[in-house]
Design a protein around this ligand. Structure first.
Ligand code: ATP
Ligand code: MG
Length: 418
């Protein structure tokens, strides 16, 4: 029997893991620099949380969830995104009473039953953050800045920021009526999903993957032209702040986002390199979500970034960093006694935080040298009878061939900082 990874899942191998670790570190560092702290939430939640939190007219909930009954008869769902879980935790752990804004970031796997394509997996990774308690546009500009700074620290350029406002329940009620009047004569020509959306959530029709490209949808009334005064002022406030900071944006009235909970600001960072899966990061404000999930009314805003797509983009822009060499020195040995000495030296180097290797495979001296070269280990020391007798060894720098003689117990000092 040969097993294979499940469709839509993949192994992240040691040869590429550094790309992930670097991105994770940069994201955490940038979040910390804005005052965000990490939260780790469970991989599964009760299904109802996502139905309510993500919205039961969304593709994510109606088509893509990994839902199953556990042995106790509960309906469980593998998280398709992070926001609902973070909101649940925020309420459950009484974080409403903390000084606002309560800022949290996360680095999670997420699960969606989707057709696999480049940048579209069934198990994928998201970096994201949520901020609770701040209602004004300052925090909208702040979280967009987090993404902007993160991209800069990753060495990425030209990822376009698209922003829009989808209003609040007040302006949306009026707009939904307008939208229904507009679509009513054409509903029967639209896809099956849109026919259902027409009744339940007409705004979703703007986001349709089937009909979205058609003139009918492109020419539909735009929510941005029908915002109430408060929503308009909020959006203007965001624009002013982005301009002041120097983050350029395009207003894209067609962004409505795939999740039901958004209000007012929605945004996406889009690349031209990842093909049809061009949206690297999406986010927005969700002022009603905490209340919908059973908490006290609390404004909130967040984003999620697809890490697979982020790394595809980083590769396409030639911005991947080199793999760091964790192992600094190879200590080769020419005899059994030398090998025992090499083991002792390696132990003390590791205690001093210096990566090193010595032979573990019973290789001949020649084969040890070949192995060290193949691994690209930057320094080499060879221990034989002379070295044991003198208590000194030559440390060779493999990059330039230079050699330095050091005491057997002085290798750590010599390599420190190299
Ligand atoms: P799309 O329109 O591409 O399906 P979405 O609107 O469903 O994206 P969100 O729910 O906003 O995506 O998730 C935030 C980010 O997570 C996306 O912008 C994308 O980068 C990433 N993402 C979403 N679904 C997947 C997936 N199946 N595989 C890999 N990354 C994904
Ligand atoms: Mg999707």
């Amino acid at each position: 029997m040969r097993y294979a990874a499940q469709k839509g899942t993949r192994d992240i191998l040691p040869s590429e893991i550094h790309n992930w670790q670097i991105a994770e570190k940069v994201f955490a560092d940038v979040c910390h620099s804005f005052g965000y702290e990490e939260i780790r939430i469970p991989t599964f939640e009760q299904t109802d949380l996502f139905q309510r939190g993500v919205g039961d007219t969304t593709d994510v909930v109606t088509k893509e969830m990994y839902t199953f009954e556990d042995k106790g008869g509960r309906s469980i769902t593998l998280r398709p995104e992070g926001t609902a879980g973070v909101v649940r935790s925020f309420i459950e752990n009484g974080m409403t009473s903390l000084p606002s804004p309560v800022r949290m970031f996360y680095n999670i796997t997420a699960f969606r039953y989707e057709k696999m394509q480049k940048g579209r997996m069934r198990e994928f990774h998201q970096f994201g953050l949520e901020s609770f308690g701040a209602a004004g546009p300052d925090i909208d500009a702040e979280i967009i800045s987090v993404v902007d700074v993160f991209f800069k620290k990753m060495g990425l350029k030209n990822i376009a920021l698209h922003i829009n406002s989808i209003g609040c329940p007040n302006c949306r009620g009026e707009y939904n009526r307008l939208l229904k009047d507009y679509f009513r004569p054409h509903v029967s020509e639209m896809c099956e999903d849109c026919q259902a959306r027409f009744e339940k959530n007409p705004l979703r029709m703007i986001d349709c993957k089937v009909d979205g490209g058609k003139d009918l949808v492109k020419n539909a009334p735009r929510l941005i032209d029908h915002l109430c005064d408060d929503c308009r002022a909020h959006f203007e406030g965001l624009k002013t702040r982005l301009e002041a900071i120097g983050i350029s944006y395009t207003i894209d009235p067609n962004i409505v986002r795939g999740l039901d909970y958004y209000t007012r600001t929605v945004f996406e960072f889009v690349s031209e390199n990842v093909g049809t899966q061009g949206t690297i990061c999406g986010g927005g404000r969700y002022d009603g979500l905490v209340e919908d999930c059973g908490g006290a009314a609390t404004p909130g805003i967040g984003f999620a970034m697809g890490v697979e797509r982020l790394l595809l983009e980083t590769e396409a822009q030639n911005a991947l960093k080199e793999k760091p060499s964790y192992v600094k020195i190879y200590i080769a040995s020419m005899s059994e006694a030398a090998k025992i000495e090499a083991l002792k030296i390696c132990y003390s180097l590791r205690l001093a935080g210096i990566g090193c290797e010595t032979d573990m495979a019973g290789r001949s001296f020649k084969a040890q040298m070949k192995y060290a070269g193949k691994q690209g280990i930057p320094f080499l020391a060879v221990i034989g009878d002379d070295e044991l007798a003198n208590g000194e060894v030559k440390v060779k720098n493999m990059a330039d061939g230079s050699e330095t003689t050091v005491k057997l117990d002085g290798i750590g000092d010599f390599l420190a900082g190299k």
